[in-house]
Design a protein around this ligand. Structure first.
Ligand code: BJW
Length: 225
């Protein structure tokens, strides 16, 4: 039995809940330039554009419901006799809606962050340029998400889990963005068994020992059963 399971999830797990992935055909990066909407420089240059991008995604995520893949992982976390740690790159909140507890390494759409003092508060549905911080009063509110060039959240906790897990699984992530793409190597180094669940090959597929191929809503419940 695997005592500790670490599961990394990416945009593919939410695709069947109607939320677009980033790099698949017609995905978010086909419609928006990364440097415009997902970098600190883009936000400094045109905060209205960036708020518009995240306001639209916040509204979409609020309407979305978890699919059988989110539900299966929540069930696994609840019922597994050992520890199940879910680390998500997703900001959509669907794991929590399914009842799971997750580590958000790329932040969350329902949270706002003050660029001036670091305070966090629940994001309003529509964030505006000059969003006032309830703690310090500065008009420096931004979406509480991790952009390129910024340090992902909770890295110390995640690294510790990777070094002590018996099984590492990645669900619906392209393996193109670091540090998440490097987790499979770290878990392998720590002696964990590794499994990738994806619709198709990722950039790091060759490193995984086992592969389950298909839509997450089918293969994740099958894997968990
Ligand atoms: C299905 C499916 C279905 C579809 N069923 N599957 C050169 C080399 C190495 C690294 C770098 C480099 N130059 C720069 C870097 C660093 C950079 C990076 O990785 N760049 C690469 C592009 C090269 N990384 C960073 O800057 C990160 N910070 C950092 O490195 O800090 C320094 C550090 C140092 C040391 C230790 C730790 C840190 C920050 C990265 C921030 C990424 N931010 C975003 C936006 C978040 C907010 C938001 O949501 O808007 O995060 S970008 C975007 O990509 C988002 C995602 O979380 C992330 C990953 O995407 P994901 O989830 O994999 O989605 P897709 O679309 O790529 O893939 C979907 C997958 O699902 C596909 O595989 C499909 O097949 C599959 N799928 N439908 C099952 N139904």
């Amino acid at each position: 039995m695997a005592d500790k399971i670490v599961i990394l999830t990416g945009a593919g797990i939410s695709a069947e809940s109607g939320l677009g992935t980033f790099r698949d055909e017609g995905g978010l990066w086909a419609k928006h330039r990364i440097q415009d909407v997902a970098t600190p420089e883009g936000f400094a240059h045109d905060p209205a554009l960036v708020h518009g991008f995240y306001n639209a995604r916040r509204a979409q995520a609020a309407e979305a419901t978890p699919n059988p893949a989110h539900e299966a992982l929540a069930r696994l976390q609840r019922d597994w006799p050992g520890e199940v740690v879910i680390v998500t790159q997703n900001v959509d909140g669907l794991h929590e809606k399914a009842g799971a507890e997750v580590i958000h390494m790329h932040g969350a759409l329902d949270s706002a962050l003050c660029h001036a003092c670091g305070h966090r508060w629940p994001a309003p549905p529509e964030m505006v340029v000059g969003e006032p911080c309830p703690a310090c009063g500065a008009g420096a509110g931004r979406p509480d998400v991790v952009w390129f060039g910024e340090m992902p959240y909770h890295m110390d906790r995640i690294e510790e889990h990777l070094l002590t897990c018996d099984l590492f699984a990645a669900v619906g992530t392209s393996g193109k963005v670091y540090p998440a793409a490097g987790f499979v190597e770290e878990a392998t180094f720590a002696g964990a068994r590794t499994v990738e669940l994806n619709l198709s090959d990722s950039d790091v597929s060759r490193i995984f020992q086992e592969h389950r191929v298909g839509p997450a809503s089918r293969i994740v419940p099958e894997w968990v059963a």
